[in-house]
Design a binder for this molecule. Structure first.
Ligand code: AHG
Ligand code: MN
Ligand code: MN
Length: 328
């Protein structure tokens, strides 16, 4: 489809060309786009209004909650809970899942999200993001339950992210490839800019927080030392998963947030950071693994479970897996 097609037109045309395409997502993705525009507005003026900084509160992970995290969480829920497609939400910012209020129709999907990814970068004007993924409910009747959220990654029906960077982009997949839309602020529309994103077979960047070197497992040390020796890759690390993943998706290479001696399960959350990125990378021809198994083959046992994450180009991730095998 032609660059510049609006998100709405693109989704409708996709429905026509993919009979199995899920029409229900038209409204949902449009409402996600609306919420993304509102968060963009706050992000773009964050330096001017009192939306920077912390709320003085901590989330379930003991991390300081920034005002923008709360604002983003409330904005996405407010714009999605009325659609009639969702029955409940789970989010990094909420200890437990949150059913859609009973005065709205509860639909057959549930959504998990990281409403504001990269919080530590908010007040230094570095790219941040929102990450989401959608499952079909498994619970019957009126009341969703936690098992709707503790599903295998293979059950994901749609996933995506918004990156609030030099421009705001919405990147998503509903199982028919990965597509990117760039917000044109002059018309307030997301316009198609990256149709059918494919991760290059190999890339020129590796992305990891080298500050954790001292607690890395041996295989991680060996892989990074070897990568440095070969001098074929540059280190690029933003510290916002959405930004590091977006660069890796478009340019190839590998992003790693591995387990280490202090946190064997790593730092990133399986449900709303690893799963959505894994779904997108696999849809784009890349690989997403925790070092032992494909991320999408995992099933969380609790909402905020953490997982090591290695995503990127097929060739580059396979090289990492070889180092892990040698180290076993
Ligand atoms: P969040 O702001 O949603 O808590 O996520 C932060 C995550 C992720 O965005 C990023 O990849 C990672 O934290 C960076 O962690 P380090 O600062 O330990 O490198
Ligand atoms: Mn977050
Ligand atoms: Mn995050």
């Amino acid at each position: 489809m032609t660059t510049g097609t609006t998100l709405t037109k693109f989704i409708l045309e996709m429905q026509r060309s993919y009979p199995e395409a899920k029409g229900e997502f038209t409204s949902l993705l449009n409402d996600i786009a609306t919420a993304a525009k509102i968060v963009t507005r706050e992000v773009r003026k964050a330096g001017l209004v009192d939306i920077l900084g912390g709320t003085g509160k901590e989330n379930v992970h003991g991390e300081k909650v920034q005002k923008l995290d709360v604002f983003a969480n409330e904005t996405f829920i407010k714009h999605l809970e009325h659609t009639g497609y969702l029955a409940a939400f789970a989010s990094e910012e909420m200890d437990d899942f949150c059913p859609v209020p009973e005065y709205y129709p509860r639909g057959k999907y549930i959504m998990v999200m990281d409403p504001l990814d990269g919080s530590s970068n908010i007040d230094v004007n570095i790219s941040i993001g929102t990450i989401f993924c959608i499952f079909k409910r498994v619970s019957k009747g009126d009341h969703p339950d936690v098992n709707d959220f503790l599903q295998c990654g293979r059950n994901i029906v749609a996933a995506g992210y918004v990156i609030y960077g030099s421009s705001t982009m919405l990147v998503y997949s509903t199982g028919q490839g990965v597509h990117g839309f760039t917000l044109d602020p002059s018309v307030g529309e997301f316009l198609l800019s990256h149709e059918g994103i494919k991760v290059p077979e190999k890339g020129k960047n590796y992305s990891i927080n080298e500050g954790n070197y001292a607690i890395w497992d041996d295989w991680t040390k060996r892989y990074i030392e070897k990568t440095k020796e070969k001098r074929e890759k540059s280190l690029r690390y933003v510290g916002t998963l959405v930004a590091d993943a977006h660069r890796t998706l478009l340019k190839g290479g590998v992003f790693l947030y591995p387990g280490d001696k202090k946190n064997p399960k790593g730092k990133l959350r399986l449900l709303y950071e690893c799963f959505p990125m894994a779904y997108l990378f696999e849809q784009a021809g890349g690989i997403a693994t925790d070092g032992k198994m494909r991320i999408l083959d995992k099933t969380p046992s609790e909402l905020h479970e953490r997982s090591p994450l290695i995503i990127g180009s097929k060739t580059d991730v396979e090289e990492v897996l070889n180092f892990i095998k040698e180290g076993m």
